[in-house]
Ligand binder design. Structure first.
Ligand SMILES: C[S@@+](CC[C@H](N)C(=O)[O-])C[C@H]1O[C@@H](n2cnc3c(N)ncnc32)[C@H](O)[C@@H]1O
Length: 199
């Protein structure tokens, strides 16, 4: 993508303003058409995240990549030995592009899906879920707290006992962590503060 800027931490802005569009599928479809399939990783590339990902999710894990976009992260993880990564995104445009790009990599699946309703997957389907930037995008949409709650509850439902949710966010912990504390969710939270990478 042309702009390396992350979504604004627009939590609490409500409706109106440019940042609202990050919460809308139409915005992402148009953006991916404009970018023409060029890969882009928000915030961090896999090599910077690798020590943390390996610590919490070994390569044999069945992994859910939430809001995969056009990122190279899943491809890089397969190169690093990961055996099964199910990638979902609300943008049908990017899902179609990624399916074509990776048709010959059986470790990668791409499905068009809204993270707020992943009912296609049975409970306890995954060892690990990774989100890099998608909760941040939801926080820019209408009904942001509701969307965040739906997402967190779905992730909680889909993780096996002892499963791990790796949330990579631009948001301050003081505004993101409360969204993890949904009724019935008993997360043990480990927080790392990373430097932003230089472009
Ligand atoms: C900031 S981009 C991050 C893309 C990728 N994870 C990365 O690290 O480069 C946010 C992604 O979330 C997707 N997204 C936004 N709302 C979503 C939703 N409700 N369900 C699933 N994906 C969504 C967008 O289409 C976009 O690809």
């Amino acid at each position: 993508m042309s702009s390396p800027a992350p979504p604004d931490d627009c939590e609490g802005e409500g409706s109106g303003g440019r940042s609202l569009s990050y919460g809308e599928a139409e915005y992402w479809d148009a953006r991916y058409v404009e970018e023409g399939g060029a890969p882009y990783d928000w915030y961090q590339r896999y090599d910077a995240l690798r020590p943390f990902v390996l610590r919490f999710a070994p390569p044999a894990s069945r992994l859910l990549m939430i809001g995969c976009g056009s990122a190279l992260m899943s491809e890089d993880m397969v190169t690093d030995g990961y055996v099964e990564i199910v990638n979902i995104d609300i943008s049908s445009v990017v899902i179609e592009m990624m399916r074509k790009k990776y048709f010959n990599i059986p470790q990668l699946q791409y499905l068009r899906m809204d993270v707020r309703d992943m009912s296609m997957f049975p409970d306890e389907s995954f060892d690990c879920a990774i989100d890099k930037g998608t909760l941040d995008s939801l926080m820019c949409g209408v009904d942001a707290p509701l969307s965040a709650a739906q997402m967190v509850l779905e992730v909680d439902r889909l993780l096996k006992p002892g499963g791990v949710f790796i949330l990579i966010t631009y948001g301050d912990p003081s505004v993101r962590v409360p969204h993890l504390n949904q009724p019935g969710c008993k997360w043990k939270i480990v927080l790392y503060i990373l430097r932003t990478y230089e472009t």
